[in-house]
Design a protein around this ligand. Structure first.
Ligand SMILES: Cc1ncc(COP(=O)(O)O)c(C=O)c1O
Length: 480
């Protein structure tokens, strides 16, 4: 214990522990696959291991780092593990981590252009680069948010603001006709959450049914909008998805965009996972029609090797975002200059951390070709795993494999549906309990379904082989 003098850690002490921490990170990444993916802990174990009271005197940095290693790391789910196949797998890449370290060091707050000119401008440059990498035409206003949930929330605010005659920003929603919001049954929960947050009301969220491969049915969307219009309600926003969370299906964006244009409804595309794949030339088609959307979100922190968090939000009509969000008290007044963008005027947060730096590092370090090679390999691994599922008499593919996510279930012959649900739950538990891999699940048309999602830079053929071997051997044990 040390009584600290006023002031920060001395530079020499910082230098020493920064080096130690860098070494720790390098070892951690080099041995990412050695730990359990899912920690063997019970709820409350980390709380119980930590003191209930904060320290009165300063503690030694070496003791703090040792406790991080001893008390915290064993309770972490290892998202950098090559056997992490749950949800959507992600990577904190080396260049991304270095960017994140420098972001913490410079500690800028990019609320206004003046409060950090380079971070504001770098954000515009990297988002423009990403737009180009995805093969989308022209130039569109972009801003970085923490998550796709926040990006979609901003899209829905803009969509509502676009209903100019309702003047909701000033009058509120109470006197307005019911605002109707459309998405598919397969949309991510964040889409509905935006409606909850904004007081749209869950009852006014129309979840449009999907076709046999989980895509929104545009003719049902069109009919639902027509019905709401006829009843005096106000359709204002459609959210289509490129790469849905359960199956990675792709809504028919070109047809949906045509409906939105004809009906004068805002189209937001949630490409949080799938959009990144468009960087690969043969996958560019996944964003077909997105050039017609009013807004789009894609998450570099999902499949673009960028540490959590970084979501890229694009909006074709930034003047509407600004109309919705700009509120400039005297203490924030800044010189007007068309090149000096004050990002706080386009969204909820006032303070904005410097997230663009890590994406800049990632895009430069890997380059277009490096990104393509990695994503292409993930796509290949998924296709190959999918082919094994199709080729095995006791496994069943549950949805087409369009990206790097495979939906399947164990389906031994002559098993009824009730038994299949219990078997697949047990299989998921059994493989996850090994600590070698981590898969997640969903339910498709009432069927309990396993998901294997590939997206980590350290995942190779050997890890997918291990997953397949574990699945088969645990499945075999369950049927003994
Ligand atoms: C399609 C889709 N949209 C949105 C989200 C939410 O992303 P975030 O965690 O960045 O809010 C997810 C999360 O997996 C997703 O799969």
């Amino acid at each position: 214990m040390t009584r600290r003098l006023p002031g920060d850690m001395p530079p020499e002490e910082f230098r020493r522990f920064a080096r130690e921490t860098a070494d720790w990170i390098a070892d951690f990444l080099a041995h990412a696959g050695d730990r359990r993916v899912l920690p063997a802990v019970t709820p409350g174990s980390t709380i119980d291991a930590l003191p209930a009271k904060p320290p009165d005197e300063g503690e030694d940095m070496s003791a703090i780092l040792a406790d991080f290693d001893r008390l915290i790391v064993p309770g972490l789910t290892q998202w950098n593990h090559p056997g992490f196949f749950a949800y959507f797998a992600i990577t904190a890449s080396g260049p991304g981590i270095l960017g994140e370290m420098l972001t913490a060091a410079v500690n800028t707050n990019g609320m206004l252009w003046r409060t950090s000119p380079a971070s504001t401008e770098l954000e515009q440059v990297v988002l423009d680069w990403l737009w180009q990498l995805m093969g989308l035409p022209g130039h569109v206003f972009g801003m970085i948010h923490d998550t796709a949930s926040t990006s979609t929330l901003h899209a829905v605010v803009a969509a509502r603001e676009a209903q100019e005659d309702l003047a909701i920003r000033t009058r509120g929603q109470s006197g307005a006709p019911p605002l109707m919001y459309y998405t598919s049954e397969q949309a991510n929960s964040s889409v509905e959450k935006a409606a909850i947050t904004l007081g749209i009301g869950q009852e006014n969220v129309r979840k449009i049914p999907v076709d046999d491969v989980y895509r929104m049915r545009p003719e049902v969307l069109d009919a639902a909008i027509a019905q709401d219009l006829a009843a005096g309600r106000r359709p204002f926003c459609v959210v289509a998805t490129v790469g849905t969370t359960s199956t990675a299906s792709i809504d028919p964006v070109p047809q949906i965009a045509e409906i939105c244009r004809r009906r004068n409804v805002w189209l937001h595309v949630d490409a949080a996972y799938g959009g990144i794949a468009a960087i690969v030339p043969e996958m560019r088609h996944v964003l077909a029609g997105c050039e017609l959307s009013d807004s789009l979100v894609v998450n570099p922190h999902k499949w673009l090797f960028t540490p959590v968090d970084l979501s890229a939000f694009y909006c074709r009509r930034p003047e509407i975002l600004r109309r919705a969000f700009s509120l400039v008290p005297e203490y924030l007044a800044a010189t007007e200059d068309p090149r000096a963008v004050n990002m706080t005027e386009y969204g909820v947060p006032l303070g904005r951390r410097f997230r663009a730096l890590k994406l800049w590092f990632v895009l430069r370090y890997f380059g277009r070709q490096g990104i393509i090679d990695n994503i292409r390999e993930h796509l290949r691994l998924a296709r190959e795993f999918s082919a094994r599922i199709i080729g095995h008499p006791d496994f069943e593919l549950m949805a087409p494999t369009l990206f790097s996510t495979v939906c399947f279930r164990f389906h031994p012959q002559h098993s009824g549906d009730d038994r299949l649900q219990a078997l697949n739950r047990s299989l998921l538990d059994a493989v996850n309990r090994t600590g070698r891999i981590f898969l997640s699940h969903t339910v498709l048309r009432g069927h309990y379904t396993l998901r294997l999602a590939i997206g980590n830079l350290r995942t190779s053929q050997a890890h997918v082989d291990e997953a397949w071997n574990l699945l088969r051997s645990k499945a075999h044990d369950l049927t003994l």
